[in-house]
Design a protein around this ligand. Sequence first.
Ligand SMILES: Cc1cc2nc3c(=O)[nH]c(=O)nc-3n(C[C@H](O)[C@H](O)[C@H](O)COP(=O)(O)OP(=O)(O)OC[C@H]3O[C@@H](n4cnc5c(N)ncnc54)[C@H](O)[C@@H]3O)c2cc1C
Length: 534
Amino acid sequence: MSHTASRRSMLSASGALLGAIALSGVPARAQAAEPQTRTRGYQVITSVSEQFDDLQQGTNLRWKGEAERIAFPRTAAEVAEELRAVLRLGLRPSARSGGHCYEGFVANPAVKSIIDLSAMDQVRWDPEMNAFEVGAGAQLGLVYQLLYKQWGVYVPAGNCPTVAAGGHIAGGGYGSMNRRDGLVVDHLLAVEAVHVRKDGSVAISRGTRDPKDRHHELWWAYTGGGGGNFGIATRYWLRSPSATENRPEKALPSPPRHVWLSTVSWSWADIDEAAFTRLLNNHGQWHERNAAPGTPEANLFAQLKTWHRSNGFITMDTIVDAATPDAEGVLDRYLTAVSEGVPAAKVTQRRIVPWMQATQWTGFTGPDSTRRFKGKSAYLRRTFTPEAIAAAYRGLNDPRIANPGALLMIASYGGAVNSVAPDATAVPQRDSIIKFQVVSIWDNPEDDKANVTWTRNTYQGMFASTGGVPPLNSTADGAFVNYADTDLDDSAWNTSGLTSFDLYYKGNLPRLKRARAAYDPKGVFSHAQSIPLA
Ligand SMILES: Cc1cc2nc3c(=O)[nH]c(=O)nc-3n(C[C@H](O)[C@H](O)[C@H](O)COP(=O)(O)OP(=O)(O)OC[C@H]3O[C@@H](n4cnc5c(N)ncnc54)[C@H](O)[C@@H]3O)c2cc1C
């Protein structure tokens, strides 16, 4: 039985019961405004439901919402029905798929209705579209499993298994195979979205990669324009532009059958500022030399994690497609280049594993994503500047914070990503070599201020001479919309004269503004960094 079939039958079997529970949970104000004839079979919960309070939060526990109603539609028609209902009630809606937003765009006191797509998690071959249909609520771990187990294919999306397609694809998601096969949006054929027209009516539209499609701009907007800007994506269809056959096995890339996984670590006890500088430069310069697509080195991806000194270690996780010619040689030469002139690293693991296991490797997935965190991102076109390295060293040795979960997470970029034109999708950064984040992860609410301040100060120091943010010049190329950072619009942290929109979207901003004006002209889905309507 397909995953879709099993989930649907379970949901429809319980539909009547869910509907009944939902009805009893709707507050008096909402019930009064609801139509008499009710077709709703999907679940809607309110404050009387036990799980309601929990579901006011996503994974970043810094944020908590005050929604009055959370709905779990199962089809685009149900999303449209729910959207009509909340607009009638005058509630501000927001979509939630995987709940991994960095900022409080969904879990926000101003959002009064959450339309949660997690019941739309189908992954199936659609013979009419000759593409894989992926529901917006499908979590990446499930997408990887179902694509691979049934058809032997994959899509180069993110590493966290509980991030969902809904927000991730809309933001131009990337992961450990980006240098080999590009971004997930480079394989996006179509999107279906529920949106509100100028006259207030709710529509369901499907836009495709075909430039002649009348909703082509909807597709384009969803190739990196960011979640919460163009209505609610309900389904995505995936098919590589290079696919010529109409068979599922040929519609998307095959993943590596096996990969080499490597972890090495340096003890902070051995690392002084000179060694740290050497390490970051070695790493950056290897990426400068090896950013071209289609080379054996493009089959290598690494995350260098320079943790705060209180952690004790700096670690580096690396993955290489084992079918690469001389794969182990590629890995060895990389490790040698990064380690040159740096005190010896300890090899903590080196093994070859099959693809399905690699998608669950904690080297990239991380142990637990449900904590408190703050992240700030940058694309680099060249290795780190001396200013950035010095500020990073200061931050990582800052005695005012002793958080072993504070770090610079430096990810390989480039390769196949850079073979796509900056305006072919909404992701304009197409000649970077590294994408990194200053991140802090912690648990106790009383540590919020210290950790947020640390990420801000460290990042600002790294880009001090360019107004506190990664410039759009020959060394850097802005920031990543999927790592949303509202500080980019705060003059206390950004004096560059560039807005978050410039840093995320660069020259694609005017076209994205037109797409927003077409698909959310009334600004129904606004959040702190919604693309401006004017
Ligand atoms: C632990 C962790 C690991 C991550 N790893 C990666 C990674 O490897 N690669 C990468 O690229 N990114 C990664 N991210 C970032 C992630 O891609 C973004 O946070 C993304 O927006 C999350 O999507 P979501 O649906 O899970 O989150 P949500 O919080 O549900 O949504 C995020 C935003 O998108 C909007 N949105 C959600 N669903 C829809 C929809 N169906 N239609 C329209 N808008 C919608 C929301 O309203 C919100 O504004 C990671 C994030 C975390 C927390």
